[in-house]
Design a binder for this molecule. Sequence first.
Ligand SMILES: *[C@@H]1O[C@H](CO)[C@@H](O)[C@H](O)[C@H]1NC(C)=O
Ligand SMILES: *[C@@H]1O[C@H](CO)[C@@H](O)[C@H](O)[C@H]1NC(C)=O
Length: 513
Amino acid sequence: MLFLYFFTLVTISNGSSILGIIPTPSFSHQNAFWPIWKELSLRGHSVTVVTTDPMNNPELKNLTEISIRETYDIWAPLFENMKATKNLVTSNRDVQIEIRTVSKFILSHRAMATLMKNDSVFDLVMVEAHYPEFLIFGEIYRCPTVMLSSLDVTNEIHVAMGNTIHPITNPDLFMPKYRDMDFKDRLTGFMYVCFEWLFGFPRYMSDRNKVIREFFGDDVPDVSQLLDRVAMLFVNVHPALHGIRLTGPNTVQFGGMNHMRDPQPLPKDLQTFLDTSKEGVVYFSLGTNVLSKDLKSEEFNIFMQALGELPYKVLWKYELDDGNLHKPENIKFVKWLPQQDVLRHPNIKAFVTQGGLQSIEEAMYCRVPMVIIPFAVDQEQNARKAAYKQIGRAIYRGSGELSKNALKKAIKEVIEDPSYRKNIESLAEIILDEPMTGVEKVIWWSEYVIRHKGAKHLRNQNLDVPLYQYLMLDILAFVIVTLIIFSLFMVIVYKIIKCFFSIAIGCVKLKKE
Ligand SMILES: *[C@@H]1O[C@H](CO)[C@@H](O)[C@H](O)[C@H]1NC(C)=O
Ligand SMILES: *[C@@H]1O[C@H](CO)[C@@H](O)[C@H](O)[C@H]1NC(C)=O
């Protein structure tokens, strides 16, 4: 009987309808979730996903992909804007502008029209955490919502879940520094958090409210209310790489290099190139957002000269025809490559990367030490985390560290000093040593939310007290005022006693005379 009960409890959520919405037009934000959509659909759920990069796998019969690929066209100029080195306040603003533009574009996309009409039934809506305005679909379909992210989330989202944020021990995703902060860094971190509370968070909410009001009318709840109803947050981080953050049980850290797929054969010319390069190969790619073809010519020349002088072959993801480029013999340009399979090749000695999290995960999985040259968003903090774990070296463009000699030296160091490879091996083993894989965690908790129609019991009570109570500012003020009054009182008593004694002593003296 008990067994039967357990059985129905576990299977009741099979065959649910799930809607996933991943707005960011960026390959690494999309393929990070591919295994989740795949597994959910194979478990018999009917899964509908709004995505810029559909898998188009005909074997996944229960998966419907709604393509919003055109979002890439509006994204490129926005990302260029974010890449230009600026201060934290303006880059916070640029990210908000970028997100608002993308949201509006997607909500007006013709592929979304049917979804917005409310004529299907969903049991769970899963939204990329950087776009909480899409939680509105949980209201439309009257079902629980969860959020998921292919990287850590910003302070706004951690705060919305009741998780701790701290400018020094858990700097925001976009803060460049991590550990080893001097006074100036800590002051900057503190000021940034103050800026966020006073201006950043309110603007974040009001911008998003405007977007959903524009498309769904004035009666819809505020985004802060939508966030308050979110059952769970799934974050693709692992404490062994990202450090510890205190979170409630409504936040599940599922980082574990989940997006690695089974090895596939390499294109023939690449296979031959890698097999025959016995001296070893350095793989250089800046990912899909930062393109080698867009590098400023002075930086491009630094890469070309440093890589050209290495005693290794170099495989460079370069997006244009190399037509009349004068390039050193050891360098091979390739417009596109299957990165995971390239990194798996035993002759790959090092990976020169921009430091996107998915690239770092692939390098860790394949045990390839890195040289990280961060360009934008979370990449600088990723670089510092990798450097802290000594699984690679970091070179910061902003502080003018990128030079031919620095790059050459860093690459040689990660290849010739075996400790980098050893560190990356043990870190990868730790990250993979979990009771269940990251994908299994996300699926188990998603079905849990479906079974219980939400997870109100996991809502963090940190959210129920105002900030001044959480920081105990009123108590602190009370204690300080009491102490001051008490000390004043003591001083007065002391003065009176002293005065009394001096009078008494005066009297005694008088008497003696
Ligand atoms: C599709 O879902 C059904 C149950 O709804 C399940 O029996 C079947 O195995 C699934 N098929 C695939 C290919 O995922
Ligand atoms: C959507 O339709 C369902 C079922 O018909 C209904 O219960 C729900 O209230 C509708 N949602 C909105 C926002 O109108």
